[in-house]
Design a protein around this ligand. Structure first.
Ligand code: NAG
Ligand code: NAG
Ligand code: NAG
Ligand code: NAG
Ligand code: NAG
Ligand code: NAG
Ligand code: NAG
Ligand code: NAG
Ligand code: NAG
Ligand code: NAG
Ligand code: NAG
Ligand code: NAG
Length: 515
C-alpha cells in the first residue's frame, strides 16, 4: 500500500516539477531575449539533425551564422545611446540559443586588449557571453559545435607586430575556458591518433575528427579561427589560421554540380563558408551545396531579429515544416496497426526537392540503401515493405555491400536527389534509417531496434560526466524533464510504459541521485 502512495507522490511531484520548469523557461526567455526561442518541435528537429550528423567530420557540417558587425554592430549611434551593453549581450546570448552556429566578429587591437569594432564592447564581453551559453548547454541534449571567426586589425597607423603585448591565450582562458576550445594542438593530436577522417570514412592525416568525437569524447564546443593574418601559432596557439577555412564573400566560386565525383572533390575542401546576403528561399540552395552561409543582410539592433526566419530556413535542412510531428499512440481501430515513429523521405520529381516526414512504421514503402562507406552512392529498391520488415534482425532488404541508410548532410541529400532524378523516379516516399520506435521524440539511426542514447545515458549515469557540476536538485529536475520530454512510447501499452518509467525513476531515487 505505501508503495502505491509513494509512486503516486513521485508521479504528482513529476507533474509539478515539469510544469514548474516550463514556467521558469518561459519567463526566462521573455525577460532576457528578443530573438525568438526555439519551439519544442524545432528543438527536436535540430537535435535529430545533429545526431544524424554525429559521424560526419566537423569541417563538413552545415553551419548557419551571422556576420555580427554587418547585422548588429553597424550603428554607432545606437551603441552610444544604449549607454551600456546589457541589451546587446542579451541579444547575442539569445542568438546563440537559437540555431546560429557560426559567428564572424570584427576586432581591433587597442593596447593589450581586443575591442569589438564599431562598439564599446570588449572581446572579453563576447567571450563571457559565449562561456555562459556553452556552460549552460554542456550536456548531450543541447551541446553543439560553434565556430567563431575573427577578423582582426591592428591599431590605426601602427606597424604590424603590435600584437606582442596581446595575449589571446590569456583572454580565452580567463573569459571562456580553454577546456571548451578545440585547438590546433587538439587537431594535431587527433591526426596523430588516426582519429581524423576523409569523405570515404577512412582515417586520413589531413582530415578532421567527427562531431561525435569532438562533442562527447573530447567535450569541446568551440572552434576559433581568424580570417586575417594577424596572429601566428606562437602568439595565438588556440586560434586556427585563416588558410584552414575556405571563406568567400559575395558570390561563391565553388561549383555546385552534383555528380558523385564533383561532390567528392567538393568535400575535400574543408570549412566552406559564404558570407553574403541571403533570403529564406536561396539560403536552402547554398546549404544543399555544402556551403555554410554567414548572413550579412543589412540590419541593426532594432530589427536584426527579422533574420531569424532566414536562419531557421537554413538550419533545418532535413525535416518538412511542422515536423517531426508527434502523433498520438498506436490505435487498433479499423484493425490495422499504426505507429507514427518512422521517417519517410518524400521526393518530389517536379521540383527536385526532398523532405523528411514522420509516418506509420507499418506502412509499406521502398527503402534507402547506401553503398558501403561511400557518402554519395545510393540505391532505392523497388520492393516495398513495412519499416520493421525492411530492416529487421535478419538484416535489411538492401543488397550485399549496401546498408539501410540516411542522408547525413545537405550535400548527401543533394546527391540522393540527383540519383533519383537521373533514374527518373516519380514522386516517391522512401524509408530512411531514422525512427523513434524505442522512445518517442528521440530520433535514432541504426534500424528499428536502435536505442535512445538519452535514455541509456540516464540509466547508466554517464550523464553526469557530460554535466557541469550541478546541484542535485537541478540534476534531478533535468533528468525528469528529459524523461518526460522524450518518453511516451506509443508502440507499447501506455500504462505498462508508465509503470516502467516510474519504476526506473523510483529505483534511481532509492539508490540516491548522484551529484
Ligand atoms: C541607428 O540606431 C538608432 C537608434 O536605435 C535608430 O533610430 C536609427 O534609425 C539607426 N540608424 C540606422 C542607419 O540604422
Ligand atoms: C544597463 O542599462 C539597463 C537599462 O537599459 C539597466 O537596467 C542596467 O542596470 C544597466 N547596467 C549597468 C551595469 O549599468
Ligand atoms: C591605451 O590606449 C589609449 C587610447 O585608446 C591611450 O590613450 C593610452 O595611452 C594607451 N596606453 C598605452 C599604455 O599605450
Ligand atoms: C574584415 O575587416 C575589414 C576591415 O575592417 C573589412 O574591410 C572586411 O570586409 C572584413 N571582413 C569580413 C569578412 O567581414
Ligand atoms: C609570431 O609572431 C611573433 C610576434 O609577432 C614573432 O616574434 C614570431 O617570430 C612569429 N612566429 C612565427 C612562427 O611566425
Ligand atoms: C599568456 O597567458 C598565459 C596564461 O593564460 C601564460 O601561460 C602565457 O605565458 C602568456 N604568454 C605570453 C606570451 O605572455
Ligand atoms: C595510423 O595509421 C597509420 C597508417 O595506417 C599507421 O602506420 C599508424 O600506426 C597508425 N597510428 C596509430 C596511433 O594507430
Ligand atoms: C561512420 O560509421 C560507420 C559505421 O557505423 C563507419 O563504418 C564509418 O567509418 C564511420 N565514419 C566515420 C567518418 O567515422
Ligand atoms: C553575383 O552574381 C550575380 C548574379 O549571377 C551578379 O549579378 C552579381 O554581379 C555578382 N556579384 C559579384 C560581387 O560578383
Ligand atoms: C577531382 O579532383 C581530382 C584531383 O584534384 C581531379 O583530377 C579530377 O578531375 C576532379 N574531378 C572532377 C569531376 O572535377
Ligand atoms: C532594418 O532596417 C534598415 C533601415 O530601416 C533596413 O535597411 C534593413 O533592410 C532592415 N533589415 C531587416 C532585416 O529588416
Ligand atoms: C515541391 O513540390 C511539392 C509537390 O508538388 C510541394 O509540396 C513542395 O512544396 C515543393 N517544394 C518547393 C521547395 O517548392
Amino acid at each position: 500500500m505505501w508503495i502505491l502512495i509513494y509512486l503516486f507522490a513521485i508521479w504528482s511531484s513529476l507533474r509539478t516539477l515539469v510544469t514548474a520548469s516550463d514556467v521558469v523557461a518561459t519567463t526566462e526567455t521573455v525577460s532576457t531575449s528578443v530573438w525568438p526561442s526555439l519551439s519544442p518541435q524545432m528543438t527536436v528537429a535540430f537535435r535529430s539533425q545533429r545526431d544524424v550528423m554525429g559521424n560526419m567530420t566537423i569541417d563538413q557540417l552545415p553551419y548557419v551564422g551571422l556576420n555580427l558587425r554587418r547585422v548588429l554592430l553597424n550603428n554607432e549611434t545606437s551603441m552610444i545611446n544604449e549607454g551600456n551593453n546589457t541589451r546587446l549581450l542579451a541579444l547575442i546570448k539569445s542568438i546563440l540559443a537559437s540555431e546560429a552556429t557560426a559567428f564572424v566578429l570584427d576586432l581591433k587591437q587597442q593596447n593589450d586588449t581586443l575591442m569589438v569594432v564599431d562598439s564599446t564592447l570588449l572581446f572579453s564581453d563576447i567571450l563571457t557571453t559565449f562561456q555562459s551559453f556553452i556552460s549552460s548547454t554542456q550536456n548531450n541534449l543541447y551541446a553543439n559545435v560553434i565556430v567563431l571567426l575573427l577578423n582582426v586589425s591592428g591599431p590605426v597607423g601602427a606597424q604590424d607586430n603590435q600584437n606582442q603585448a596581446l595575449n589571446t591565450t590569456y583572454l580565452l582562458d580567463k573569459n571562456l575556458g580553454s577546456s571548451y576550445i578545440y585547438k590546433p594542438t587538439d587537431l594535431q593530436s587527433d591526426r596523430s591518433k588516426n582519429n581524423t577522417w576523409n569523405v570515404y570514412g577512412k582515417s586520413s592525416i589531413d582530415g578532421w575528427p567527427t562531431l561525435g568525437s569532438v562533442l562527447y569524447e573530447q567535450k569541446k564546443r568551440l572552434v576559433v579561427g581568424e580570417l586575417t593574418d594577424f596572429f601566428n601559432q606562437t602568439t595565438a596557439p588556440y586560434i586556427f589560421p585563416h588558410d584552414v577555412f575556405h571563406y568567400e564573400q559575395g558570390n561563391s566560386t565553388l561549383d555546385c554540380t552534383s555528380s558523385v565525383d564533383d561532390l567528392t572533390n567538393l568535400s575535400s575542401i574543408h570549412w566552406r563558408f559564404l558570407d553574403s546576403q541571403f533570403n529564406s528561399a536561396d539560403i536552402k540552395n547554398y546549404i544543399s551545396c555544402g556551403l555554410s552561409p554567414i548572413l550579412r543582410n543589412p540590419s541593426y539592433i532594432n530589427n536584426v531579429t527579422q533574420l531569424s526566419d532566414i536562419l531557421h530556413e537554413g538550419s533545418v535542412w532535413s525535416w518538412d515544416i511542422n515536423q517531426p510531428s508527434v502523433t498520438q499512440s498506436t490505435s487498433k481501430s479499423d484493425n490495422s496497426l499504426k505507429a507514427y515513429n518512422c521517417v519517410l523521405l518524400h521526393y518530389f520529381a517536379n521540383n527536385g526537392t526532398a523532405t523528411w516526414r514522420v509516418d506509420n512504421c507499418y506502412g509499406s514503402n521502398v527503402g534507402l540503401c547506401r553503398y558501403e562507406n561511400m557518402a554519395f552512392e545510393w540505391l532505392v529498391r523497388s520492393n516495398k515493405a513495412s519499416y520493421f520488415d525492411f530492416d529487421s534482425y535478419q538484416g535489411s532488404k538492401c543488397p550485399d555491400q549496401y546498408t539501410f541508410n540516411i542522408p547525413r548532410t545537405p550535400l548527401e541529400q543533394k546527391s540522393l536527389i540527383s540519383y533519383l532524378k537521373n533514374a527518373s523516379f516519380p514522386d516517391t516516399k522512401i524509408w530512411i534509417d531514422l525512427n523513434s520506435v524505442s522512445v518517442s521524440n528521440c530520433w535514432v539511426s541504426g534500424g528499428p531496434y536502435a536505442t535512445c542514447p538519452y535514455e541509456k545515458v540516464i540509466s547508466t549515469r554517464n550523464f553526469v560526466t557530460m554535466m557541469v557540476p550541478a546541484s542535485v536538485c537541478s540534476f534531478a529536475l533535468l533528468c525528469i524533464v528529459v524523461y518526460l520530454s522524450v518518453l511516451r512510447v506509443p508502440i507499447y501499452d501506455n500504462r505498462k510504459n508508465w509503470r516502467r518509467v516510474i519504476n526506473k525513476i523510483s529505483k534511481s531515487e532509492l539508490e540516491g541521485v548522484p551529484s
